[in-house]
Design a protein around this ligand. Structure first.
Ligand SMILES: NC(=O)c1ccc[n+]([C@@H]2O[C@H](COP(=O)([O-])OP(=O)(O)OC[C@H]3O[C@@H](n4cnc5c(N)ncnc54)[C@H](OP(=O)(O)O)[C@@H]3O)[C@@H](O)[C@H]2O)c1
Length: 307
């Protein structure tokens, strides 16, 4: 999802010499393959948008691949970038790197000040390691490498598979399917009370572009809107956009996860970058994309030990 948005933005800015690889062409867990790729292609800039990504269920049921695959992917790429003198690198992590009970909104300096949310700690530990690699390379070798931590993302090319997806695309799929089935009730996890922040993927691409074309003062930046919404309000917003007229049933026996996760985005704002796509607008466009593409949409299965 993020990789495609970044690619589209750079193409729209007139960049032509962009090198991409799918996981089946280049398995980034394979150190030798990554080294060979770097030697052959000698890139000037790397945007590392590859990772094993998933929602609560996928994380909780697959601790080991979420830890190991992500450690391998990012260590291989960041280290090879350094060894091959790649001038600029953007490492993408996520807001789950911050402690579960850190003060809200989450500031960059709350990193490693308390325990993580247990359900996604595996993924978070891997991402924290990546952030520290970037920090160490900046400090010791003055590398122009930057870590960007986006909040929850959504948009075209999201994963809409109910087993492995994040909350927003899962809701789009559930409300759409229930509408098709004659406005049957939609069951959702938890109480609906947690608060979450959502950012359209095109805004992340814009933050990546900004970070590569401006002198960034820090090694780590939050990327979000700085605004949050309850899961219940999100459900109502999506229900309304999809046009579902049935009931919503909240399953309070299921976990809510972290009560609130709002990013402090002032560091990025101070550099001069802000988001531009409002949630309602972004969800409407994403649902249109879903309707146009639902027949060949990406579904990431738990059993996928890809590539
Ligand atoms: N989605 C979110 O809500 C969110 C929020 C915050 C941060 N992020 C961050 O943004 C980044 C991208 O996430 P996304 O949502 O764009 O995920 P995504 O759509 O699942 O894309 C991840 C990409 O990683 C590639 N990949 C996975 N394993 C690989 C391997 N072993 N070798 C090579 N490529 C591999 C996949 O390539 P193939 O398609 O070719 O298999 C896929 O295109 C991640 O670092 C994630 O932490 C995402």
């Amino acid at each position: 999802m993020v990789g495609t948005a970044v690619l589209n933005l750079f193409e729209s800015k007139g960049y032509t010499n962009i090198i991409t690889r799918s996981s089946s062409e280049l398995d980034l867990r394979n150190q030798q393959a990554v080294q060979e790729f770097m030697s052959k292609e000698q890139p000037d800039i790397i945007v590392l948008a590859a990772a094993r990504v998933g929602g609560i269920v996928a994380n909780d049921q697959n601790p080991y691949p979420f830890l190991y695959d992500n450690l391998l992917i990012q260590s291989n790429v960041i280290n090879a970038a350094h060894e091959h003198d790649v001038e600029q690198l953007i490492f993408l992590g996520s807001s789950c790197i911050y402690p579960k009970h850190a003060d809200q909104p989450l500031r960059e300096d709350s990193l490693l000040t308390g325990p993580l949310e247990p359900t996604n700690q595996w993924y978070a530990i891997a991402k924290i390691t990546g952030v520290k690699m970037v920090e160490a390379l900046r400090e010791q070798f003055e590398r122009d490498y930057v870590s960007l931590m986006p909040t929850n993302l959504y948009g075209p090319n999201d994963n809409f598979d109910l087993e492995t997806s994040h909350v927003l695309p899962a809701m789009i799929r559930k409300f759409h399917d229930a509408k098709q089935a004659g406005h049957t009730p939609v069951g959702l996890w938890g109480s609906g009370s947690p608060m979450r922040e959502f950012l359209h993927v095109d805004d992340v691409a814009s933050a990546v572009y900004f970070s590569l074309t401006n002198q960034m003062q820090h090694d780590l930046y939050n990327v979000g809107t700085g605004k949050d919404i309850t899961i219940k309000h999100l459900a109502e917003l999506i229900q309304n956009i999809v046009g579902h007229h049935g009931d919503i049933e909240w399953d309070t026996s299921k976990p809510d996860g972290t009560p609130r996760k709002l990013m402090d985005v002032s560091r990025m704002k101070d550099e001069g970058w802000e988001y531009s796509i409002e949630l309602e607008d972004g969800v409407r466009k994403t649902y249109e994309w879903f309707l146009d593409n639902k027949d060949d949409i990406k579904e990431v299965k738990l059993s996928n030990n890809k590539p």
